[in-house]
Ligand binder design. Structure first.
Ligand code: NAD
Length: 373
């Protein structure tokens, strides 16, 4: 089985879907590895290191020629895949809800598109989960991005010239990114509080030494749906949450928002009026900005100032740590394909539970139930 690793085509994407480490492991499995020249350049992985790991490094046409599996961080442009084997697997983060035309094009071209975002949240698939690995880094980087534009220090400092007080950081949405944001802000010495719609997160917040801020006594408060993901909340809950947030954020210096609901626009957590109550010089980082944004006025790809508050809306935040993000992403892909590697067939053979979850297209059609309903 030939596996092709492409140079990413999306603007601003510096990550790569395989590293010399995973190339070496794939070769040990018996795969033939081909890496497009400069594929790892943005993440500081050199062509020579891929070659030393056992890959053929060449132009795109040579890389794709006869490949049965094409690896990507983001989905490659279907028009640039000429030469791949008929029915080749495209294994990448495919943004299935946000980029439907591309998925349809993979189907029309006969490719089998496997979306790594649809990996089920089950114990045995944890090591294959790109959302977790990338969210973890994004949560960390969000705090550093906040610290970078905040004109004050995070920790309390007692100096001969007087005391600097600790920054107050509020994390909204305590999934993988939010937990890492809490831990990072704590390490930097901030006073941290956090909220989520899933009450199970209360204990996790406390265990990290932060203060839980939760809506109490409202019907339908348990916001956990299938797979541990959040569900859309009732109007009553949203009103209570808005009141709680209003009272709390006026006293915060930094807010990190991470709230997502799979397949839906991100919930709006901070309105312009709420923003206006924050102290000038405060900072908000909206990690959900590419899914519609948790914060009114956040702009994807920009840092904007409203009412004296800096709103940071970087895209692809994990990709701003390209070396580590690539290393973890590449291991997720390797863990996925190697788990199902069939020695006799010389290629991966997926089981139904994971195969049916991640497969978007097959035999010329879109087949994933989440895209058909
Ligand atoms: P996510 O990225 O989908 O959402 C981020 C957080 O925002 C979630 O905690 C969610 O509850 C919260 N949120 C949604 N709407 C909100 C609102 N209106 N107000 C406040 N918060 C809101 O979440 P995630 O990081 O992907 O994690 C989702 C779940 O999956 C968690 O329970 C996590 O522990 C679990 N998980 C399991 C595995 C596994 O078993 N393989 C791997 C990773 C995550």
């Amino acid at each position: 089985m030939k596996i092709a690793v492409l140079k990413e085509g999306a603007s601003g994407e510096s990550r790569v879907a395989a590293t010399p480490e995973t190339v070496k492991k794939f070769v040990a499995l018996g795969a033939q590895m081909a890496v497009e020249a400069a594929a790892g350049a943005g993440a500081s992985y050199a062509d020579g290191d891929y070659a030393a790991a056992g890959a053929d490094v060449g132009d795109r046409a040579a890389t794709l020629a006869g490949a049965g599996i094409v690896l990507g961080v983001q989905g490659p442009d279907p028009a640039t895949l000429a030469g791949a084997a008929p029915g080749a697997w495209i294994v990448a983060g495919l943004n299935p809800f946000g980029d439907r035309p591309r998925i349809d094009a993979y189907a029309a071209a006969g490719y089998e598109a496997l979306a790594m975002e649809f990996m089920p949240r089950i114990t045995r698939a944890q090591s294959m989960d790109i959302l977790s690995s990338q969210s973890n880094l994004a949560g960390y980087k969000a705090v550093l991005d906040a610290a970078g534009v905040y004109g004050r220090a995070f920790p309390m400092m007692m100096t001969a010239a007087g005391t600097v007080s600790a920054a107050k950081v509020f994390v909204m949405g305590v999934g993988v990114a939010g937990l890492q944001a809490i831990a990072t802000a704590r390490r930097l010495g901030a006073q941290v509080s956090a909220t989520d719609v899933r009450s199970a997160t209360k204990e996790q917040i406390l265990s990290l030494g932060a203060k839980p801020i939760f809506v109490e006594n409202v019907a339908g408060i348990e916001g956990e749906g299938s797979g541990g993901y959040a569900t859309e909340m009732s109007e009553e809950y949203k009103k209570a949450q808005a009141e709680l947030v209003s009272a709390h954020i006026a006293k915060q210096d930094i807010v990190i928002t991470t709230a997502l609901i799979p397949g839906r626009p991100a919930p709006r957590l901070i309105s312009d009026a709420q923003l206006a109550t924050m102290r000038p010089g405060s900072v908000i980082v909206d990690l959900a900005v590419e899914s519609g944004g948790n914060v009114e006025g956040a702009v994807a790809g920009e840092v904007v100032t409203r009412h004296g508050v800096r709103i940071v809306g970087h895209r692809n935040v994990a990709g701003r740590l390209p070396a580590d993000a690539s290393a973890l992403f590449a291991r997720n892909l390797y863990n996925f394909l190697s788990t199902f590697w069939d020695k006799d067939a010389g290629k991966p053979v997926l089981d139904d539970e994971i195969g049916d979850a991640v497969r978007l297209t097959k035999d010329g059609a879109v087949v994933n139930p989440r895209l058909l309903s």
